[in-house]
Every structure is written in C-alpha cells, then in structure tokens.
Design a protein around this ligand. Structure first.
Ligand code: 1CP
Length: 343
C-alpha cells in the first residue's frame, strides 16, 4: 500500500518513489488489444467484471507498478443518467443529445446502481486477487463530464459547452448538481467495494477562467471532496485539474485534498505551495517524451527525480499514455525510477 500510506502519512515509508501512470491499462498493451478485439463495444468491457478486473491487473502483472487503477471510464456516469454513450473506433465517445433535463432527473439511485453495479463487482474481484497494491477508483469531475454531455463527442473547440454555460447557466448548474450527487454516490460505492484511494479527473478545467472557474471547477470539486471526506476520512483523494496553470493556487487554498496530479503547465509556485501544505505531488512526465524515448527521455526522468527527490512524490505522466508508446520505453522508465532509489 505504498501509495495510500504516502498519501495518508505525507511521509515516505520506503526509499523508492512509487510509480503508476494514467491509462496504464490500455491500447499500448498487446494483452489489452487482444481482449479489445474480441469485445467490440468499449462500454461492455467497462461493465464486464471478469474482463475489467483482468484488464486492470494487466499492467501490474507486466510491470509490477505500485497502484492499480480501476479499468472503467468517466463516461459511465452520463450513461447511468440515461444519456446513451457509445464509443466509435478511431472517433471516440458519442453521446446522444440531451432533449430534456427532466429526463435525466427522473433517474434515481436505484437506476444508477442497476447500470453501475458491475463496476463495484470489478473492484471486489481486483481486491480478492491483489490485496497489497493501492487500488485507485475514480470519476470525472462534474464540469469535465458535462463537457462531453453537451458536446456529444471529443471536441476541438469546445464551442457548445462554452455557449451553454454563458447562455443557460441555470440549466448548467442543475446538471452540475446532479453530477455532484451521482459522483458522491458512485465514489462512495467504489470505496465500500474496496478502493483505497480516489482520483477526480478534471481534464477540461483549462476551458474556464475567473468566476466560471470558481463556480464550475472549484465549487463542484469542493462539494464532492468535502462530503466524501466526512463520510470516509481515511480515504485519500487526488485531483487532476489538467492545465489549470496558476488557477490551481485558488483550488489548493479552497479545497482540502491529499494529492495533486500535475502536468506540463503546472507553475513552480503551485509545486512549492503543495510542498508547504503537505500535498503529495503526482506527475508529470510528457507522454510524448515517453513515446519518443532515447536520451531525451532519460534526461527528463533524471531531472524530475532529482527535483522531487526530497519531496513526497508519486511518479506519473502529465496525461494518459499514448497508444503508440513502445513497451520498451515504459520498461526503461520504470527501471530508471527503481534504480535511482537503490543507487
Ligand atoms: O478503444 C479503446 O480501447 C478505448 C480507449 C480508452 C481507454 C483505455 C478510453 C476511451 N477510456 C479508457 C480507459 C480510461 N479512461 C481509464 C482507465 C484506467 C487507466 O487509466 O488505465 C480512465 C481513468 C479514463 C478516464 C477518462 N476517460 C478521462 C479522464 C482522463 C483524461 O484522459 O483526461 C477522459 C477525458 C475520458 C474520456 C474518453 N475515454 C475514451 C476516449 C477516447 C475519451 C475521449 C478523450 C478525448 O476527449 O479526446
């Protein structure tokens, strides 16, 4: 439980830097691709406890990483709210437009769990197979999930969501409130089923500034984290406010969480603030650098290890691993991190 202990005690309990990485179970792994070609529908994989638990453990069996992340997706939430979600090959997620918010509202906790309960079963299977590693559960933060609900797909310009917030702020708040409730329920159920740590993915926080950042990023995450902490004081929470840059300072000052996942745009003052407040830092290797490999990769890993050596740090990427990443580069990265500590 290296990662959970570090997040709780804020002290290194081992001489080595723990490591896991975002999207560690995914398309760069041949054993994942093998299962994926047999199961055409991505969501069916997420809702299949036997396969989802196998996939969650694949990167552990191969690399002996320090955390298992539940294999699922942030878009199971709109699906559970009654908005049909499909994943199309080479395109990504496709969500049916929302006709009426009431249609979402009518769906209650029982219906949510009808859809989401296979995920709780996946957690149970993972825990029965591996008790030692920290199991990370997750969900998307409300604004990031709303972005997909309104855009209907992976968007480049995010025009629809920006227009929606500006022209229909009340409706947006209503859906955000609904997402807060389902997220707390879903994460509580994940914890009851056995996850050790939870991570909130706010992948699109870079889209908002000023008051909108406050109302749609800080406030919803604060509600989720404060209420979860009351229910489960011993479960550490990591947040990934991707590309929030200096806005992260306010987020850190306004919300009490245990770990911050950082990216390439995280400024130095955010890192020092985390160190002052004993927030564990997780990140921040560029996935492109991991893909390219070579001397540049080695140099950057050494620099990051040197920079964070004294501090409490979890090695990770600044975003998900890219499908084209050579496995030999991943092996090299893990070896370097492990050797660095023992050297
Ligand atoms: O074809 C395939 O096999 C699907 C690829 C894939 C995978 C492996 C998707 C589609 N999701 C996932 C798994 C996934 N997604 C995990 C599993 C655990 C792990 O990390 O190993 C997690 C935590 C997520 C979270 C997720 N899904 C996020 C937040 C993190 C991030 O990447 O910023 C987001 C934004 C999504 C949406 C999503 N899922 C998949 C796609 C193609 C997308 C859209 C991405 C976009 O907008 O471009």
């Amino acid at each position: 439980m290296l990662i959970k202990s570090l997040l709780i005690s804020k002290k290194k309990t081992s001489s080595r830097t723990p490591i896991w990485f975002m999207r560690q179970a995914g398309r760069y792994l041949p054993e994942y691709k093998k299962i994926r070609t047999k199961e055409k529908k991505f969501l069916d994989l997420c809702f299949n406890p036997k396969l989802a638990s196998t996939i969650s453990l694949q990167p552990i069996n191969r690399f002996d990483l320090d955390a298992i992340i539940l294999f699922s997706d942030i878009l199971v939430i709109p699906h559970a709210l009654g908005q049909n979600v499909k994943f199309k090959e080479k395109i990504g997620p496709i969500l049916k437009p929302i006709k009426n918010i009431k249609q979402l509202k009518n769906i209650g906790k029982d219906r949510w769990d009808n859809i989401l309960s296979p995920i709780y079963e996946t957690i149970d299977i993972i825990k029965s197979k591996n008790k030692d590693k920290t199991l990370i559960g997750f969900c998307g933060s409300p604004f990031t999930v709303l972005t997909y609900m309104i855009e209907g797909k992976a968007s480049k310009d995010h025009k629809k969501i920006k227009l929606f917030l500006l022209s229909e702020p009340q409706k947006a708040k209503e859906i955000i409130d609904m997402l807060i409730e389902i997220s707390i329920h879903y994460l509580s159920k994940q914890i009851d089923a056995g996850v050790d740590v939870v991570q909130l993915f706010e992948s699109w926080s870079s889209l908002l500034e000023g008051e909108l950042y406050n109302d749609f990023i800080i406030e919803p995450n604060k509600q989720i984290i404060t209420r979860l902490k009351k229910l489960y004081p011993n479960i550490p929470i990591i947040i990934f406010p991707r590309n929030s840059e200096s806005k992260t300072v306010k987020l850190i000052n306004d919300i009490a969480f245990d770990g911050l996942s950082i990216d390439l745009k995280t400024p130095e003052n955010v890192i020092s603030l985390c160190q002052k407040k004993e927030i564990i830092i997780q990140g921040r290797l560029d996935p492109l650098l991991l893909l390219v490999g070579g001397a540049q990769l080695e140099k950057k890993i050494n620099e990051d290890l040197l920079f964070f050596k004294k501090e409490n740090y979890i090695f990770n990427l600044s975003h998900g691993i890219l499908p084209e990443t050579p496995i030999s580069n991943v092996e090299k990265m893990i070896k370097m991190i492990r050797n660095y500590e023992t050297a």
